[in-house]
Design a protein around this ligand. Structure first.
Ligand code: HEM
Length: 422
């Protein structure tokens, strides 16, 4: 692999007009674009002029970008042609530290493993968890200072998703911030997402610590009868196939379940606050009719698109929009672009909380890998907004938020807000 991405672009793409750049040089894997939130115009140009776009040289090697809604749907639905192995982000993992996880496996093994853990986020367990999630949301919101500036990301979005994660794993509650830390480390590093603040050695060390802690929990659970409320570790430890997993496969699946439930929901919680502040008319609609919350939740998830992409490898030569894709090529489905595709979604750049067909978006993917925790993510966001509306007339964003430097997780590192009482 070539050098990490940071200094590759001069002048920075984020400061250029996307229409002044030679189209074959456009590099939408540049994490700078996402940190500065300047990616949208680049994607619009690709959708219009080169919907199947090849970049011959990037910090992550050559790759195809798929940017239209329907094409993304087609690629995501065709796992016979487009493989999820060995990884689902643009960057490659180091060979000696390759995590195995079912999001990065093809059927049949993918299907077997997914089936084992799915009951944790199935309807019965969700119904059982709802009161606990609501109670944890209430505790967090009741503790917030009204009229003072504080960071919404840390005090609400992170805290809430971390408490929820601790619940899903039945992880020691007082150590829950470790889950946040491991999740952040798992998605960081230059090779994987273009984040240069964390080296791959630091990432590896953090993940090995994660494995150690979870191995103790595994050893404890394997000897215990499962309780009524299900948790991920117990389900894996008591399954006849998954109990034979190698350590790096256990770690890989842990990372999947931690990241899956963490960055995504966290950034949708923050993204919703920002979207409502940028669209005061929509905030007013919500204040007048909190019944719009379930529909708004889907619109938030579309508008934020907390995971920008998933990557596949072509298994055979194929053709798409007249472009020859060869076996072994990386094919990146940019959900963040498909969710703004005017061919399928009306007024896609607008945030409309009562949008008809709001669930029609790509943020959860499609096909056999479609997000396993989508109902849980939606449920958490619904509860958060129900409880916010009961307590505060407004969550006001008082300074420009800072965004994460990653081409994979689209999110916020900091969002200063002030709460207004009713
Ligand atoms: C707003 C919230 C969420 C978003 C936007 C989101 C997004 C995604 C996406 C894009 C995929 C890949 C889909 C594909 O390849 O077609 C995925 C898979 C997955 N998600 Fe989520 N996710 C969210 C919440 C959650 C939660 C709360 C969990 C709970 C643990 C979770 C667990 C998973 C798992 C386990 C997979 C792998 C599924 C498979 O490979 O079969 N997600 N998610």
């Amino acid at each position: 692999m070539s050098e990490p991405s940071n200094q590759r672009h001069f002048p920075r793409q984020a400061e250029c007009n996307p229409y002044d750049v030679a189209i074959e040089t456009i590099d939408v894997s540049d994490p700078d674009l996402f940190q500065t939130d300047t990616q949208a115009a680049y994607f619009k140009r690709l959708r219009d002029e080169a919907p199947v776009h090849y970049l011959a040289d990037s910090a992550f090697g050559p790759f195809w970008s798929i940017t239209r809604y329907q094409d993304i749907f087609d690629v995501d639905s065709n796992h016979d042609l487009y493989s999820s192995e060995p990884a689902i982000v643009i960057g490659d993992q180091k060979e000696e530290f390759t995590l195995k996880q079912f999001i990065a496996m093809d059927p049949p093994k993918h299907d077997t493993q997914r089936k084992v853990v799915q009951p944790v986020v199935g309807p019965k367990n969700l119904a059982m968890m709802e009161p606990l999630i609501r109670q944890r949301v209430q505790e967090i919101l009741d503790d917030l200072p009204v009229g003072e500036t504080f960071d919404w990301v840390d005090r609400v979005s992170i805290e809430l998703t971390t408490r929820m994660l601790a619940t899903l794993f039945d992880f020691p509650f007082e150590d829950r911030r470790k889950l946040t830390y491991w999740s952040d480390m798992a998605t960081a590093s230059p090779e994987i997402a273009g984040d240069t603040s964390v080296s791959s050695e630091q990432r590896q060390a953090a993940l090995m610590e994660c494995l150690e802690v979870f191995t103790e929990l595994w050893n404890d659970r394997i000897n215990r009868e499962p309780g009524e409320r299900l948790d991920f570790i117990t389900l894996m430890a008591h399954d006849k196939d998954m109990r034979k997993m190698e350590p790096l496969e256990y770690l890989g699946n842990l990372v999947l379940l931690i990241v899956g439930g963490n960055d995504t929901t966290r950034n949708s919680i923050s993204g919703g606050v920002l979207a409502l502040n940028q669209n005061p008319g929509e905030y007013q609609k919500l204040q007048q009719n909190p019944g719009l919350i379930p529909n708004m939740v889907s619109e938030i998830i579309r508008w934020q698109t907390p995971l920008t992409h998933m990557r596949r490898l072509a298994k055979q030569d194929t053709e798409l929009h007249g472009q020859q894709i060869h076996a072994g090529d990386k094919v990146v489905m940019w959900y963040v672009s498909g969710n703004r595709d005017e061919r399928v979604i009306e007024r896609p750049d607008e945030f409309i909380i009562d949008r008809p067909k709001a669930r029609q978006h790509l943020s959860f993917g499609f096909g056999v890998h479609r997000c396993m925790g989508n109902r849980l993510g939606e449920m958490q966001l619904r509860i958060v907004w129900e409880e916010i509306m009961q307590r505060f007339s407004k969550v006001e964003v008082v300074e420009e938020p800072s965004r994460v430097r990653s081409n994979f997780v689209r999110g916020f590192s900091n969002m200063p807000v002030r709460l207004h009482a009713h």
